[in-house]
Design a protein around this ligand. Structure first.
Ligand code: PGA
Length: 259
């Protein structure tokens, strides 16, 4: 395990939790994870951002968003800009989550524009990639990942690539209660790192955080994190309860003991 890479545990709440629930969640979470050396991130709904950021101030928890608009500003009813997120207290943003790609028709080109917009505004983007069940069955999983990585990071400077986090989330594992086995996840994440190394060089690829996501629970978190190329976890369902999310955060402590 490379010491240059932090352990990053991200909760993705999706379309869950009101402002009231958010503030209460963070109040309960803070003391449970205060000793953790992992980077703890919560991707909350837009409406909760400012309240979450305030509740997490001075703690080891960072707040971010689940999406943003690729344009700077304009007549785009219902959209939210990077600057708006930043001012509301977001420090990072998920980009290209499979639910965005699937239900909101986000293409690799849009994902690439969103990454660039986030970086321009000083938000850390988490680029989400992953193959569907059909793509895996057709033997195209690695080709899909290579394509999503290449397109997502297209045109970025090396300095900007170093700021990006990657989340490998096989679509078939998301919300399915069927996580990838640690071996399969490691195989794919190693592939991602090698693919990134080919394009950006080993020095950069070695420093990029690659999280795994898809049905992570407190029961499987540690065995996933023990894999050398799994630097963190992106957690949907199991991040909704303070109890299970804090358990996962704290299990990362033992999984990544560096020798
Ligand atoms: P899940 O979601 O943990 O509920 O499978 C993960 C994600 O979609 O980020």
């Amino acid at each position: 395990m490379d010491e240059k890479r932090p352990v990053v545990i991200t909760g993705n709440w999706k379309m869950h939790k009101t402002v009231k629930e958010t503030v209460e969640y963070i109040r309960l979470l803070v003391p449970l994870v205060s000793e953790s050396s992992a980077k703890i991130l919560l991707a909350v709904p837009y409406t909760c951002l400012a309240f979450a950021a305030q509740a997490a101030e001075g703690t080891n928890i960072q707040i971010g968003a689940q999406n943003l608009c690729e344009r700077e500003e304009g007549a785009l009813t219902g959209e939210i800009s990077a600057l708006m997120l930043k001012e509301a207290g977001a420090q990072f943003v998920l980009i290209g989550h499979s639910e965005r790609r699937q239900f909101f028709h986000e293409t690799d080109q849009i994902v690439n524009k969103k990454i660039k917009r986030a970086l321009k505004e000083g938000l850390i983007p988490t680029l989400c990639i992953g193959e569907s069940a059909a793509e895996r069955e057709a033997g195209r999983a690695q080709a899909i990942l290579a394509h999503q990585l290449a397109q997502g990071l297209e045109g970025l400077s090396e300095a900007h690539v170093l700021k990006v986090m990657i989340a490998y989330e096989p679509v078939w594992a998301i919300g399915s209660s069927q996580a990838a086995t640690p071996e399969v996840a490691e195989e794919m994440q190693l592939f991602c790192r090698q693919n990134l190394a080919q394009k950006w060089g080993y020095q950069i690829a070695d420093r990029l955080v690659i999280q795994y996501g898809g049905s992570v629970k407190s029961e499987n978190a540690k065995s996933l994190l023990e894999q050398p190329d799994i630097d963190g976890l992106l957690i949907g369902n199991a991040s909704l309860s303070v109890e299970s999310f804090s358990k996962i955060v704290n299990s990362s402590q033992n999984a990544k003991i560096r020798i």
